[in-house]
Design a protein around this ligand. Sequence first.
Ligand SMILES: C[S@@+](CC[C@H](N)C(=O)[O-])C[C@H]1O[C@@H](n2cnc3c(N)ncnc32)[C@H](O)[C@@H]1O
Length: 255
Amino acid sequence: MKFGNFDKLATNYAKYRPSYNYLLINKIIKKFKKKTTVLDIGAGTGKLTQILKKTNYFKKIIAVEPSKQMINYGKKLLGKKKIIWKNIPAEEIFFEKNSIDLICAASSFHWFTKKKNLDNFSMMLKKNCFFLIIYNSRKTKLSMDENKIEDLLKNKYNITKRVSSGKIMTKKYLNKILNNTNFRIIEKKIKIDLKKIKKNNYIGAWKSVNDIQVQLGKEFKNFINDIDNILKNKKSVKVYYETKVWVLKNVKPKN
Ligand SMILES: C[S@@+](CC[C@H](N)C(=O)[O-])C[C@H]1O[C@@H](n2cnc3c(N)ncnc32)[C@H](O)[C@@H]1O
């Protein structure tokens, strides 16, 4: 498995990964009235796409996803009404200048942060319209079980750096990526949800995480066994999910 390749993770991802806080996302995007086009980049199995569809604000949703296995789940779960599915990576997206009203990237932005991509997004997105960078990080310090698992990762498996966790996307890091682009951070909105997740579903969610599996390789199986052990007397796990939305404005010059 390689960083960013979700082909083998699709089934666990579709089944066990939680979605985002609907009310928060709905509140942020309700200014986009009907008859607008939204681009969902790295749409995966369609967790955010489903929210975009449910709001009913958009005439057209374009869901872009490079993994065939992931996008197939999206197509199966959400169908093709209002949604155009494109099985390509962010680097190959091309739409006309000023043809898009909103861009979203949910738990995917870290895979395509190059300036070349951001310049292309800015070209397609209308001036002063928004790019939402969304994550769903676990607040592990708030949960005793999750705390133990974090310790295990750090102390037994020597994982000190995450590649794809929303936690890496701090304001400083994001500003560095946005330097010399037309995107400016306008605001950050967060909402924490406590979810009580069945043990097997919780372990299933771990099996859908790309960067830990790549970093641990064959050891990943042992890590999963260790989690099972930590949770041996439990039926469920309390997980605090933080939906975090960075709102970026496309301040491109007039052309
Ligand atoms: C953690 S999943 C997020 C999926 C979905 N947006 C969600 O919120 O559930 C990350 C997704 O980014 C996709 N991805 C990886 N590299 C990409 C790229 N270069 N361009 C677009 N998407 C990419 C992966 O295939 C994967 O489906």
